[in-house]
Design a protein around this ligand. Structure first.
Ligand SMILES: C[S@@+](CC[C@H](N)C(=O)[O-])C[C@H]1O[C@@H](n2cnc3c(N)ncnc32)[C@H](O)[C@@H]1O
Length: 200
């Protein structure tokens, strides 16, 4: 499904390349594509679940949208270094963000930095849930948010923005669910940049 040549030949004609990781049913990517109205941008959506990607395909029929039913790692390895303008990762699975699995996922984000252009961005929305399913305290939330920011800084990103909650203009299947339970599920949005001079 993801051949290096096909993904590059499709996206190399575009001025900008935007990649959504784990797009699920495509609700968010559909909104991003329609809101931005940029035919010069190529949008790549990566999703491992065949049923979800079919739902996304039913929504997104634009010529500048390329949906791949594969793992993140396989598709990302197809991109040349310094190639992608923007990654969007809304509600990463635990294996890609949980503190307890940090040693497993750190190298994944180093690959993301490599593939980003200088000054390119990773917009990530992620959540904390209290282990006992009780309300998340302000203190718990701040400690977790600070840990996330220091983790991504240590990986080489610059934090452009970090704010509580998810962007209002983002909508997705899981965001809608999580927004309905704001005391037990607290979200943060990080907009992370690849600095100019990092060697890749
Ligand atoms: C928590 S869901 C979020 C879906 C969507 N972003 C949303 O907000 O509704 C995570 C998504 O990542 C996909 N996923 C998990 N591991 C993946 C992998 N290694 N490669 C590609 N997709 C993956 C899952 O199938 C799932 O659709």
């Amino acid at each position: 499904m993801c051949s290096k040549d096909s993904i590059i030949s499709t996206t190399s004609k575009c001025h900008k390349v935007v990649v959504e990781l784990g797009l699920g049913d495509g609700q968010l990517l559909e909104k991003v594509v329609r809101d931005r109205k940029s035919t010069q941008t190529c949008y790549v959506g990566i999703e491992i679940d065949a049923k979800q990607i079919q739902l996304a395909r039913d929504k997104l029929r634009e010529k500048n949208v390329y949906l791949v039913n594969e793992s993140f790692e396989k598709v990302i390895s197809c991109f040349p270094d310094n190639y992608v303008d923007e990654f969007i990762f809304v509600l990463p699975p635990p294996e890609y963000i949980d503190k307890s699995m940090e040693s497993q996922w750190s190298s994944f984000y180093l690959d993301i930095i490599k593939k980003l252009k200088e000054n390119g961005s990773l917009t990530m929305v992620t959540e904390i849930i209290n282990n006992l399913l009780e309300p998340v305290t302000d203190c718990e939330f701040e400690i977790w948010k600070n840990w996330l920011m220091s983790k991504f800084t240590s990986l080489g990103f610059i934090i452009k923005e970090a704010y509580d909650d998810s962007p209002r203009y983002f909508s997705s299947h899981y965001l809608e669910q999580f927004r309905g339970d704001t005391s037990r599920i607290k979200m943060v949005t990080l907009i992370l940049l690849k600095p100019h001079s990092i060697s890749s």
